[in-house]
Structures are given as C-alpha cells and as structure tokens.
Design a protein. Structure first.
Length: 251
C-alpha cells in the first residue's frame, strides 16, 4: 500500500469519526501557523534576535529592564503574522465550525484562528494583538496589521507602558482558558490535535487527557509526536492539507 493509500484510508476513518461527533474540540499548536510563515517561538530567535534567549524577550523582568527591545521584537512578530495571514488549515476549522459545535483551544498567540473566522477560541498563552497597561486596568485589542515602526506602546489612560497580553516566562496560564479547555474536553465527542509537538506543558497535559479518555482523537502532524502511537486516527500531513481534506469528508 502506498503512502497516498495509507493517508486516504486514515482520512476515511477519521472522517467517519468526525461525522458522528456533535461536539468537537481542536487543540492547536505552532505547526498550523508555521504554514503561514509564522516562526515558532524558539525559531523566532533568528537573525537580528539570535543572540537573545527566549527569557531575554519574554519575561516580566526583561520587559521592566528594556521595554524598547521587547516591543521591537513583538512589532517584528506582528508584521510576520499580518503578512502571512490565516492559511487553508485555519479556514477549514472556521468552515468546520459552521457544521459542528466547535471549541478551539490554542497554544498560539497569533490570532489567526479568529482572523479566519473562528469564534470560540480559548487562548492558553494570550494574544499578541491584545495589549494591557503595566500600571492600570486599561486593555485593548488592536487590528491585525503590519507594525508601523517599533516604538513602545503607551497607555492612553495613564501614560504608562503597555505590554503584550501574552503569558511570559514565570507567569501563570489564564484560568478562564484552562477552565474552558477542561469543560470542552469533558463534553467532546471528537478531539482533533493539530500542529503541536505535545511536549510543552501544561498545554500538553490537555492532549494527554484527551488520549487517555474514551473520546476519539485525531492527530494531524507530518511529524510523529509522543502521542502518535496512542491516538485513534493519525493523519501524517500538514494542517493546510489534512484539515480541508477532513472537512470535505463531511460535505
């Protein structure tokens, strides 16, 4: 049997499991956005930023020490995201949400699920387009667009420095997102794990929970992960190929 035959057989079986599900949960990671040209967090330490460690660019201490540097890096990342935009995988999930009750739980901070049209998205690590004041309660969500310069952003209410509303090293994941994730997994009829290495905790614990349960789990990833041998259906392909193929099986 050829690789294409293996893929099509797995696709048929995964499509059947998905078609029987009323409530679907998607657990997404950096792999789905990498196809939009968005580097993963550690891959972003390249070029101009290669001499900095992740902790140099994503911690409260680093922000307090050099907010200009931190904002320059985030403006650069915002530009990459805006230029790439959502890909076929993101759009397929938005289409799936029109057919099924869908909750997406993502480790990504790029906002590309929402840009593609997904509405129920729980963000475990925050959102790069959301800003909050480092002093007062002011917060805002800015439009997805290429950065105009790299200057720090200041609060319009108190004048203090704004910061990206992203979970940095040493900070806790948002409780609301974790509660939403746990509740969705408890009620799911099918779970799709897409574009995640399943190695970064505590987010990977959600995948472990799904795999340990009775709910069918579909993994979409061209690379094997620690759970690949334990999921019910595995599609060894990119998100931009497998997700549209999977949704097409429901038409």
């Amino acid at each position: 049997m050829s690789d294409d035959d293996d893929y099509n057989l797995a696709l048929d079986q995964a499509g059947e499991a998905l078609s029987c599900a009323g409530r679907v949960v998607v657990l997404s990671g950096a792999g789905i956005s990498a196809e939009s040209g968005v580097p993963t967090f550690r891959e972003a330490q390249t070029g101009l930023w290669a001499r900095f460690s992740p902790a140099d660019l994503a911690s409260p201490e680093a922000f307090a020490k050099d907010p200009e540097r931190i904002w320059a890096w985030y403006h650069w990342r915002r530009t990459l995201i805006a230029r790439g935009g959502p890909n076929a995988g993101h759009h397929a999930l938005a289409q799936l949400a029109e057919i099924k009750s869908l909750q997406t739980i993502t480790q990504n901070v790029d906002g590309l699920h929402q840009a593609a049209g997904s509405r129920r998205v729980a963000e475990l690590h925050g959102n790069i387009w959301r800003e909050r004041c480092s002093e007062c309660d002011h917060a805002r969500l800015v439009p997805m667009a290429e950065a105009q310069g790299d200057a720090p952003v200041r609060c319009r209410d108190c004048g203090a420095m704004m910061r990206p509303a992203i979970v940095w090293f040493g900070e806790m994941l948002p409780q609301t997102a974790l509660v939403a994730a746990d509740a969705a997994l408890a009620e799911a009829d099918c779970v799709i794990v897409v574009g995640t290495s399943n190695q970064v905790y505590p987010a990977a614990a959600l995948v472990d929970t799904a795999v340990a349960g009775a709910t069918p789990v579909i993994e979409i990833n061209p690379q094997e992960t620690p759970v690949s041998q334990h999921v019910d259906h595995r599609l060894a392909a990119s998100a931009s190929r497998a997700l549209p193929d999977l949704v097409a099986r429901l038409s």
